[in-house]
Design a protein around this ligand. Structure first.
Ligand SMILES: [Zn+2]
Length: 244
């Protein structure tokens, strides 16, 4: 891809940090990686801290949005859009790769977020709306019936057909698998399935996602392939240590 495209944006919404792709392009200013993931020392792969920014020419070309258990639809989608919009406009990629790991859905066997299929798919719809050449990939996902639901829905989003897809699943030899609701959009984060949201700090600015938002919305890129962190709000200024 880098032979054809000058600037490639890689976005990863799998619940695990996109460590391999970040590592591959850590010194490069031609591939910008952005990963939204659960960050905890005891959660695989244990990387993806805010301070992992890229190195040398690649500084500020590796962005990480570390999150805690239980993030909900509203805050995830708002955070995703508020970071991706300025990033796409200033980095100006000629192509985008979007990794759609479904382990960030609620009810995942390994994951611990509260995302619905509609919210996960909204991230796909949003990136598609920029009308840039786009490759969409699968990824992780450990509650298999929801992985198939999610990627079916996201295929329809990419084709612009999500509005005409019925919520009731068609009868197939796999009906037992999708009981008891046989829906495309089951409730994944209600009642006892809901994971406590650990992302809210004492104040809104105190959450890890907000710190990332304040920092990454202030990074700008120019056509010559350099990046800089512009003056940001009070919370972002505290992150100035990242520049060192
Ligand atoms: Zn994963």
């Amino acid at each position: 891809m880098c032979r054809v495209h000058n600037r490639v944006l890689y976005i990863d919404i799998d619940i695990h940090h996109g460590d391999g792709v970040q590592e591959a392009f850590y010194n490069s200013n031609r591939v910008l990686t952005v990963s939204f993931h659960k960050y905890s020392p005891d959660f695989f792969p244990g990387t993806g801290h805010l301070d992992e920014l890229g190195h040398s020419l690649g500084k500020y070309f590796s962005l990480n949005v570390p999150l805690q258990d239980g993030i909900d639809n509203e805050s995830y989608v708002a955070l995703f859009k508020s970071i991706m919009e300025p990033t796409i406009y200033t980095f100006s990629p000629s192509a985008i790769v979007l990794q759609c790991g479904a382990d960030s859905l609620g009810c995942d066997r390994l994951g611990a977020f509260n995302l619905s299929i509609a919210a996960h798919g909204e991230c796909v719809r949003y990136i598609k709306s920029f009308n840039l050449p786009l490759i969409v990939l699968g990824g992780g996902g450990y509650t298999i019936k929801n992985v198939s639901r999610c990627w079916t829905y996201e295929t329809s989003v990419l084709l612009g057909l999500e509005g005409s897809l019925p919520n009731t699943l068609p009868h197939t030899p796999y009906d037992d698998f999708f009981s008891p609701d046989w829906k495309l959009h089951p409730e994944l984060a209600g009642g006892r399935n809901r994971v406590e949201n650990m992302n809210d700090g004492e104040d809104q600015d105190g959450s890890v996602g907000e710190v990332a938002r304040n920092a990454w919305c202030s990074v700008s890129y120019d056509a010559r392939g350099s990046a800089r962190l512009d003056a940001v709000g009070s919370r972002g200024n505290e992150r100035r240590g990242m520049e060192g």
